[in-house]
Ligand binder design. Structure first.
Ligand SMILES: Cc1cc2nc3c(=O)[nH]c(=O)nc-3n(C[C@H](O)[C@H](O)[C@H](O)COP(=O)(O)O)c2cc1C
Length: 305
């Protein structure tokens, strides 16, 4: 089947991959509670053995390897190489999907993605992400409301301020990716009506059967949002590894209050972004191009002395 969900083996390899991003070789030294900044409210310390056993090796969950440093080192190194290749390939292949087929993703497939992304890192392991996922009429209802707001040009009220300005390289990259999309769709330069129509597609979730709303706790501020960003990234990768296409969307945060009301979210929740997901309409021109990345020299600086 064209968009079949990956076999268990495939998912297991994804979990292995994610484990190389800091989840393998788990040795807990409990730095959390040595760091005063991370002291839980009231200064209480964790009381369960699982939470705080210095140098305790946590046995791997099924499918998550613990790398040995003994005689098996050679095979562990080979496995590192394989894992690295998988991460690289998944990152190379993933893209933001802007045209979905309507068929829903089975609940168990979504739950596997969620369980994988749940392993994301967060400051003090606070795991501030809450994910509210729509399906069937839930998706339709939210879409109708948001689409109406956006098409009436209701004032934007994001919980986290949108970028003040794109300038220099950021403006260039923003323009480049915009023109890639417009030219794929046959939209001519300066056709503002068509730009607006395409921007509104955000509020139709690009036809996706599901949207996940990612929120953080108000009191954690920007770092809660950063933790959610780590989560979003892992969700995208785990979904891609399962054959599920995604697009992160800040556009939906324009109407954070409306989302909070419609989905009955707590007043202490702050919307970071959304992820629309489902199966890609692979033949659609909106999915026909891939974005570029700047060379490393533009992003990385080495200090050698
Ligand atoms: C936090 C975040 C918010 C985004 N919001 C939107 C959005 O509202 N609408 C949209 O079409 N794309 C959105 N994107 C997708 C970006 O445009 C896309 O990631 C970028 O152009 C790189 O392309 P790629 O994801 O295909 O590699 C968002 C991406 C991120 C990470």
């Amino acid at each position: 089947m064209e968009h079949r969900i990956a076999e268990d083996l495939h998912l297991r390899s994804t979990i292995n991959v994610l484990s190389t991003l800091g989840l393998a070789k788990i040795v807990w030294h409990c730095p959390l509670y040595r760091d005063a900044a991370c002291e839980p409210p009231g200064g209480s310390r964790p009381n369960s053995d699982r939470e705080c056993q210095p140098n305790q090796k946590i046995p791997p969950k099924s499918g998550v390897p613990m790398y040995s440093s003994g005689p098996e080192e050679l095979s562990a190194n080979t496995r590192h190489d394989d894992d690295f290749e998988v991460v690289r390939r998944l990152l190379d292949e993933r893209y933001s999907c802007r045209a979905f087929r309507p068929d829903p993703v089975p609940r168990d497939a979504i739950e596997k993605i969620l369980a994988t992304a749940q392993r994301s890192a967060s400051w003090c392991n606070s795991q501030p992400w809450h994910i509210t996922i729509t399906e069937s009429e839930g998706t339709e209802r939210l879409m109708r409301t948001l689409y109406e707001h956006a098409s009436n040009e209701a004032p934007q009220e994001p919980d986290f301020a949108f970028p003040r300005e794109y300038k220099g390289a950021y403006l260039d990259r923003r323009r480049e990716t915009g023109f890639q999309l417009y030219s794929a769709l046959g939209i001519g330069r300066g056709d503002k009506a068509a730009y607006t129509r395409q921007a509104l597609e955000n509020f139709r979730f690009f036809g996706a059967p599901h949207v996940a709303i990612i929120t953080t706790d108000e009191a954690l501020g920007i770092y809660g949002a950063i933790d959610c960003g780590c989560y979003v990234s892992n969700f995208l990768l785990a979904a891609h590894a399962s054959g599920v296409a995604t697009i992160p969307q800040a556009a939906l945060s324009s109407y954070a209050k409306v989302v909070r009301r419609e989905l009955n979210l707590g007043v202490d929740r702050r919307m970071v972004c959304a992820i629309s997901f489902g199966y890609a309409d692979e033949g659609h021109p909106a999915n026909s191009y891939r974005t570029n990345r700047a060379p490393l020299e533009e992003a990385v600086k080495w200090i050698t002395a």
